[in-house]
Design a protein around this ligand. Structure first.
Ligand SMILES: Cc1cc2nc3c(=O)[nH]c(=O)nc-3n(C[C@H](O)[C@H](O)[C@H](O)COP(=O)(O)O)c2cc1C
Length: 446
């Protein structure tokens, strides 16, 4: 079968980073980010449109300047468990930090979601962007990059080990023989590594998709390496066509270098399509949205987030950008390095830098339905993406994409006309990982 496009929906409630004015939109309920019915409605719309997944991001640190959605939102696994009972085919991907969780607990929670949804769970592994999270977990400092990503790798390996605790035929539940469990099919993990010591076994069996699907988000060399080793999906920023192409090629190459099939890692780039009756109308709406979000104080706070929630307002706005590189060493180093580089190269003041973090950038996915479908096809064919993680301003924008663009993508054979499977793995075209103990025994038995 030819390569197919995948689509996920990324709900943003009352507004994520840079969406400073979204909460004022009359089409957005003021409590959207904490209303389970909002998420269920988003999920059902995504499922109606045959999307692969609902994708929920997360963080665990705020101060009063944080994006509206971040200030007051539901915990991803809790909300996805509720969404699971109102959907049948849609994948349910939740973001959870490998820095501020323990493997047994998190493996158990994702395995539970995988059962509740009959095989639709995905875990977006992040190492946490916000340095202040450490202080909510008894640590004075955020862990450094090498430790965070080393821990992330071992965390996923432990979780996968735990998810294989039971082989698929572990529970004969044979009343006549009086055998509920076949103990030869239950395996402890006895893991002792650099970061974790976990005995196992996990008290939960495998779901119809074997194990939850592992996603990853984080673009540093360390993040790319983690993805290449263990991820089956990636949430990537996208950027320009050239940047996306470089990233995609790099990820596929790194994945192959680890002896994995590059087809078994699906790169989803971020996309915020705006669809109008005409290209001009859509471009006008894009401008309008920019104006709604254009707020200097909020931009200054957003800039601070890349530097450990630093309060830049203590500096002279018209002096050169202050030397704060050390504040980003442990948090969002990759993004912060770009900001610092530009400020230096162009001799920018703090005000100019703050203006630029949320400045107007024409998105490629804006226009009449034909235009947006053409652009998606062009990017898909150019080797920049396997999927798009879609964020819409409000439900009208979502509907315009679903009603206008999706049928065109279907007509061109790029997007499905019905679900291929009931599991996230099945719809993404990812193999079900064999249980390691079953595989080992079958190999030993020839
Ligand atoms: C597209 C994208 C989405 C991300 N989503 C989250 C998120 O929801 N929560 C979070 O804590 N970090 C998120 N991250 C950040 C990662 O946790 C990572 O720590 C951060 O980007 C710094 O690492 P890096 O330099 O490898 O990108 C995201 C990163 C990217 C690129």
């Amino acid at each position: 079968m030819s390569r197919r496009l995948h689509l996920a929906l990324h709900p943003y409630g009352v507004g994520g980073p840079g969406q400073h004015g979204l909460w004022k939109d009359p089409g957005v309920a003021k409590n959207a980010s904490i209303d389970i019915n909002y998420y269920i409605q988003q999920a059902q719309a995504a499922e109606h449109a045959l999307f692969d997944a609902l994708f929920v991001v997360d963080s665990q640190f705020i101060n009063s300047t944080y994006p509206s959605h971040y200030l007051n939102r539901l915990e991803p696994l809790t909300l996805l468990s509720a969404v699971a009972t109102h959907t049948k085919h849609l994948g349910l991907v939740g973001t959870a930090s490998s820095t501020y969780n323990s493997p047994f607990n998190l493996a158990r929670r994702f395995a539970s979601l995988d059962h509740i949804s009959s095989g639709r769970a995905g875990w977006n592994v992040v190492t946490s962007f916000d340095t202040g999270t450490s202080r909510n977990y008894g640590l004075d400092e955020h862990l450094d990059y090498a430790t965070r990503y080393g821990r992330a790798l071992e965390f996923v390996q432990v979780a996968r080990g735990l998810w294989d605790s039971y082989e698929d035929d572990a529970f004969p539940a044979d009343v006549e023989r009086g055998v509920f469990l076949d103990p030869s099919r239950l395996h402890a993990l006895d893991h002792e590594g650099e970061h974790f010591k976990v005995a196992g076994p996990l008290n939960l069996s495998r779901s119809p998709q074997g194990q939850p699907v592992i996603f990853q988000a984080g673009v540093s060399p360390e993040g790319r390496d983690l993805a290449a080793r263990v991820a089956e999906g990636i949430y990537a920023p996208g950027g320009t066509l050239e940047q996306a192409r470089e990233y995609y090629a790099d990820i596929k190459k790194r994945t192959a270098a680890y002896g994995r099939d590059p087809e078994h890692i699906k790169v989803f780039i971020h996309g915020g399509p705006i669809v109008g009756a005409t290209d001009e109308e859509a471009r006008r709406r894009e401008r309008e949205i920019f104006e709604e979000d254009n707020d200097f104080a909020s931009n200054l706070a957003l800039l601070g987030r890349s530097f450990g929630a630093y309060d830049f307002s203590v500096h002279d706005l018209d002096a050169p950008f202050p030397d704060v590189a050390h504040l980003a060493e442990k948090g969002g180093r990759t993004g912060a390095a770009k900001i610092i580089e530009r400020a230096k190269a162009e001799n920018l003041t703090l005000r100019q830098v703050a203006d630029s973090v949320n400045s107007f950038r024409a998105s490629p996915f804006v226009g009449a339905p034909e235009t947006v479908a053409d652009t998606i096809e062009q990017w898909f064919d150019a080797g920049t993406l396997d999927g798009i993680n879609l964020a819409f301003r409000n439900n009208d924008d979502l509907n315009r994409f679903v009603d206008g663009v999706v049928p065109l993508l279907q007509k061109r054979g790029l997007f499905r006309t019905e679900y291929e499977a009931d599991t996230l793995r099945g719809n993404l075209g990812l193999p079900v990982p064999g249980n390691r103990h079953t595989v080992e025994r079958e190999r030993a038995n020839g």
